[in-house]
Design a protein around this ligand. Structure first.
Ligand SMILES: C[S@@+](CC[C@H](N)C(=O)[O-])C[C@H]1O[C@@H](n2cnc3c(N)ncnc32)[C@H](O)[C@@H]1O
Length: 315
């Protein structure tokens, strides 16, 4: 993880991100909380031999490393793998999420990513950063506070040739008001924030004028009502879901946070094929979170997960 942080500062020194290096260094110093398993993850990372291989997309797989090498002994110790599917050498990682499906929904929108600076808030293991580079982005910077995902990203980079995907172990609220990014993505994060308007205002502050926000979040299936539910306790067994708005309520929240040209370009009910337990993510997954007698409802009786993809502009 440290090597990825150093790589970020080295490789972006001659870009417009340079202006924020001192701020980011001080935040990293103050905010990084290593995990109890960090030493174990560092040892695993050391065991992966460094090599330089182009990152490829083949069919549904995002591929890293030398195609013949078996990386399974090391990578199994970095479970759970949530975002993918991935292939490391000859090792195929069936991840919890078919992130390629979400990417297809994004790609359909034809947002111009060519030569753009992109920021991905809550980037997980960095899956979408690589897809954004493939779509022509100049720099794809992600932040995610989950330390394991930063080690997974470091494993991907350890077997890859030079590229401009970077991941820092920070939270959205640790970042400065950059005002330089052409596109800011925030996929599957908003409902985890206790203060959603603050999150939207942060996203707004990262964008340059005319920049595009790509927001994906849980919504209620009711289209017309201006309604927000706050789960009494858990939602789909998650204790960190703080609110779910209707599409209309979400549009108002975006507008009040300073965005214009707000459009829900896709609304998709999450299926048990898109989010499922696999041998690389062997905890419970969506099928365990739904009411066994009524799959329209979560086990707690709330509407089953439906996600909207919104594109909005910073005027
Ligand atoms: C449901 S996952 C979504 C991952 C990925 N964006 C996707 O759509 O597949 C939510 C991610 O947000 C991260 N996260 C949670 N709170 C965050 C915050 N305040 N700032 C940035 N990331 C955060 C979590 O660590 C987790 O990786």
């Amino acid at each position: 993880m440290e090597s990825q942080i150093k790589r970020f500062f080295r490789e972006t020194a001659k870009t417009k991100l340079n202006k924020y290096h001192a701020f980011l260094r001080s935040k990293l110093k103050r905010e990084i909380r290593e995990h109890g398993k960090s030493e174990e993850w560092k040892t695993i990372l050391k065991s992966i031999e460094r090599s330089e291989n182009p990152i490829k997309i083949e069919g549904e797989l995002l591929r890293f490393g030398n195609g013949e090498k078996d990386y399974s002994n090391a990578l199994v110790k970095l479970k759970p793998w949530r975002k993918g599917p991935l292939q490391f050498g000859s090792t195929i990682i069936e991840t919890e999420w078919r992130s390629d499906w979400k990417w297809e929904r994004i790609k359909k929108q034809d947002i111009d990513l060519n030569e753009k600076f992109i920021l991905d808030i809550g980037a997980g293991n960095g899956y979408y950063l690589f897809r954004m580079l493939e779509a022509g982005a100049k720099v794809a910077l992600g932040v995610d506070p989950t330390i394991l995902f930063n080690y997974q990203f470091a494993a991907m980079q350890k077997v890859s040739s030079k590229n401009n995907a970077f991941l820092l172990p920070l939270r959205s609220e640790h970042l400065p008001a950059f005002e330089i990014f052409d596109v800011v993505a925030c996929l599957g994060v908003l409902y985890h924030r206790r203060s959603p308007i603050d999150q939207l205002k942060e996203l707004h502050s990262f964008l340059k004028p005319q920049g595009k926000l790509l927001l994906e979040t849980l919504i209620l299936p009711e289209k017309e009502k201006e309604e927000i539910i706050i789960p009494e306790d858990r939602y789909a067994k998650m204790s960190n879901v703080w609110f779910i708005p209707s599409e209309k309520a979400l549009q108002i929240m975006l507008q009040r946070s300073g965005f214009s040209q707000i459009e829900a370009v896709d609304v998709t009910r999450t299926s048990v094929e898109e989010q499922r337990a696999t041998k690389w993510m062997d905890f419970q997954s969506l099928s365990d979170f739904l009411d066994p007698d009524d799959s329209d409802k979560t086990i707690e009786g709330y509407p089953a997960p439906t996600r909207a993809l919104i594109i909005a502009t910073k005027p």
